[in-house]
Design a protein around this ligand. Structure first.
Ligand code: IMP
Length: 211
């Protein structure tokens, strides 16, 4: 049976302030506040998993165990099927030590060209895995995905990471060209959070003080 989160403060196992802010905004509607793992001095485990879900589990379980309270973590990235799923769980690492995504996007274009295929128009998808873990080792897992195609050269200055080369299915603009609220309404992260909220966070109006 799905386990629900019944507290009012959730630990977010991320040391990325941007991600913590985004998660705080998403769970605020359910009357849940967040505390960042960094703020609590929790260690950052190595992401040694073989999938997005495994990495989200590693981060959430480590934080839950260290804090003695439930913790939430996400792991996300861009998957390109013609590259056997790369950059996938290594999406951030493809940008190198300087976290330069122009380098990562060029690297992706070159890698696709080396297969003999056309880089522009190549199918790709973003994935976001979410894990909510308790100190006893129980985890609830959710995954959101958004399909699209790649375009080169990169277009748009909104968003982050690989946004300027990703055109979501049914659209013409890249995630880098779309207004942030338009991207957030359809993103892999939003889709994973919708599932988490419905399964583990949604509370009766009375519990939110709206009765
Ligand atoms: P994580 O922090 O380990 O989950 O790494 C996620 C990486 O995947 C980011 O550094 C980006 O490279 C990429 N990524 C994930 N979500 C998005 C997105 O919405 N737009 C662009 N890139 C993304």
């Amino acid at each position: 049976m799905t386990r629900r989160f019944v507290g009012d403060t959730l630990i977010v196992a991320s040391h990325n302030p941007g991600k913590v802010r985004e998660i705080a905004a998403l769970v605020r509607a359910q009357g849940v506040r967040v505390r960042a793992a960094g703020e609590l001095g929790l260690p950052e485990p190595e992401e040694t998993g073989a999938s997005f879900a495994e990495n989200a589990d590693i981060k959430a379980a480590a934080a839950a165990l260290a804090a003695g309270e439930p913790a939430l973590a996400d792991d996300s990235g861009l998957v390109v099927p013609i590259l056997d799923g790369a950059p996938g769980i290594f999406s951030a690492r493809w940008a190198g030590p300087d976290k330069d995504f122009r380098v990562a996007m060029r690297r992706l274009e070159t890698a696709i060209a080396e297969t003999g295929a056309e880089a522009a128009g190549q199918p790709a998808f973003f994935v976001c895995a979410l894990s909510l873990c308790w100190p006893d080792g129980h985890c609830e897992r959710f995954e959101g995905r958004v399909n699209g195609t790649l375009t080169f050269p990169p277009r748009g200055s909104q968003g982050f990471g690989y946004d300027p080369i990703f055109v979501p299915e049914g659209g013409a603009e890249t995630f880098g060209e779309l207004a942030p609220h338009t991207k957030h309404a359809m993103s892999h992260r939003a889709r994973a959070f919708e599932q988490l909220q419905a399964a583990c966070l949604a509370r009766p109006a009375q519990a939110r003080g709206e009765a």
